[in-house]
Each structure stands twice: as structure tokens, then as C-alpha cells.
Design a protein around this ligand. Structure first.
Ligand code: 6PG
Length: 253
């Protein structure tokens, strides 16, 4: 199992490094011949990565026809909303690459949140062929980091952090005065690989706190992002120089 922290001189370098890492992981996942699966994140840092994956340079390096796409979380808005994580991916990536329509598994943010969560859990189980009591195993999960230590829509102080049974849950976030639908820790931590993308000075304090104070294992401990520790998978933190400003040289995972 790999645990790696890579610091890039700029946000552009981070996007390029991440795009290369995504290509490598998806290529390795395809070795067995089965389709591969990628769980996408919202946020500004992933956006730059999707734009890069859509360029001539990267497009030909991914087997899009054999890739299933999922989302780690979604805002409770229609897919046409500028807030929609699905819309962001559609505009930056899906309009440029040949992912079959039946492989694009978006969270239906336009449904009532609880219903959207149940529907998405059903869809995950169906696509991955996951029995009750078992967990899907995505090849790669992309995640961002919020300034408050949230990742996906796993926000500090919300009940979804304690979820051990459901794969997908709806969550009302007081601070945002909005509902979200998110994958839960059990499924995220069952991925073969997790790649965090973090850029900009506003993330420096959160990144240092998450990497210095790993969760002790108790559901209540640590910032949410510190509990992303794939049980049997690789963990990569790709960050830029500004986000790494509060880390010391000896910081390791
Ligand atoms: C979302 C994301 C969320 C995001 C972080 C970081 O829907 O907003 O899934 O978890 O990744 O908030 O976002 P930025 O990269 O924009 O700072």
C-alpha cells in the first residue's frame, strides 16, 4: 500500500501531476480486462484536472469506453445548475471524451435528498454487483479538501460521519444552509486508490491539521478528511506549494 504526499510548485503543476497519476491508475486497473471506475469530486482544483484530461495530450491515454464514472458528492440542485458537480464535469470533460452515456452515474441532485441517496446507493450496488453487507470497490476516488477539513460532503459535526452501514447519505449542512448527498466513509475507504487534490493558500491550515492529526480510529476524532485512510488501497495527497505552506519538510504520511 502506498501512502504518498507530493508537493508541486504550482497549481498547474499539480493538475498535470494528478492527470498523469489518474491515467496510470486507470491503466493499471484495466490490466485485468474489466471496466475501470472513477469517482469524481467537485471543487475548483479537480476542475483544472478535468480540463487537462480533456486535452489532446491526455485524451488518448484513457480508455474512456471502458470507464464508469461516479460522483463522490452532489449539491441538491438540478443537473443544469451552475452549482451542480455533474454539470461541472459535463462541461469540462464529458463533452470532449467518449464515455458511454450508460457509464455516467450521476447523483440525482434534483430529487429530494433522502430519495437521491437511496437511488444512488441502489445504482452503486447494481453497477458494482455489490451484495447487501458488502462494499463496492472503486478503482480511484478523487477528493478535494475544504477549509474546514471536509471532504466530499463529509462536513465536521454532521451525523453522516458516524455512518457505518449506508453507502450514500443525505446531509444537511447548517453552514451552507443546504443539503448535499455524499458517499460515506465505508465506501470511500474501500477504494483501491484515493487521490486528494489540494491547492491554494486558503487550504494550508486545514491540510496541516489533517496530516498532523490523523484520526485515532474513533468516529468522533479528527477532521473528516483525516479519516480517509483506504483499508486496503493507496492514498495520495497531491498538493501545491501554497497549500503546503504550513507543512514541515519532515512531514510524512
Ligand atoms: C464540493 C466538493 C467538496 C470540495 C471541497 C474543496 O462539492 O464542493 O466535492 O468536497 O472538493 O470543498 O473544494 P475546492 O477545490 O473548490 O476548494
Amino acid at each position: 500500500m502506498t501512502r504518498a504526499l507530493k508537493v508541486f510548485p504550482s497549481a498547474a503543476g499539480l493538475a498535470r501531476g494528478a492527470a498523469n497519476q489518474i491515467v496510470t491508475i486507470l491503466r493499471d486497473a484495466r490490466r485485468a480486462g474489466a471496466p475501470s471506475s472513477l469517482v469524481l469530486s467537485g471543487g475548483s482544483t479537480p476542475r483544472a484536472v478535468y480540463q487537462l484530461l480533456a486535452t489532446d495530450e491526455f485524451r488518448s491515454r484513457v480508455e474512456w469506453l471502458h470507464l464508469h464514472l461516479f460522483w463522490g458528492d452532489e449539491r441538491c440542485v438540478p443537473p443544469t445548475s451552475p452549482e451542480s458537480n455533474y454539470r461541472m464535469v459535463r462541461e469540462t470533460l464529458l463533452e470532449s471524451v467518449p464515455v458511454p452515456a450508460g457509464h455516467i452515474h450521476r447523483i440525482h441532485g434534483e430529487l429530494p435528498p433522502a430519495q437521491a441517496a437511496i437511488a444512488y446507493e441502489d445504482e452503486l450496488r447494481a453497477v458494482f454487483g455489490t451484495e447487501r453487507g458488502a462494499l463496492p470497490r472503486p478503482d480511484l476516488v478523487l477528493l478535494g479538501l475544504g477549509e474546514d477539513g471536509h471532504t466530499a460532503s463529509l462536513f465536521p459535526g454532521t451525523a453522516v460521519l458516524q455512518e457505518e452501514r449506508r453507502l450514500v447519505a443525505d446531509v444537511y449542512v447548517d453552514r451552507l444552509n443546504a443539503s448535499r448527498v455524499t458517499l460515506t466513509f465505508p465506501v470511500l475507504n474501500n477504494a483501491r486508490a484515493v487521490l486528494f487534490l489540494v491547492s491554494g493558500p486558503s487550504k494550508a491550515a486545514a491540510l496541516a491539521a489533517v496530516l498532523r492529526n490523523p484520526a485515532s480510529g474513533s468516529p468522533a476524532s479528527g477532521l473528516p478528511a483525516s479519516r480517509l485512510l483506504p483499508r486496503d488501497g493507496d492514498l495520495f495527497w497531491y498538493v501545491d506549494h501554497d497549500a503546503a505552506a504550513q507543512l514541515s519538510l519532515s512531514e510524512t504520511l
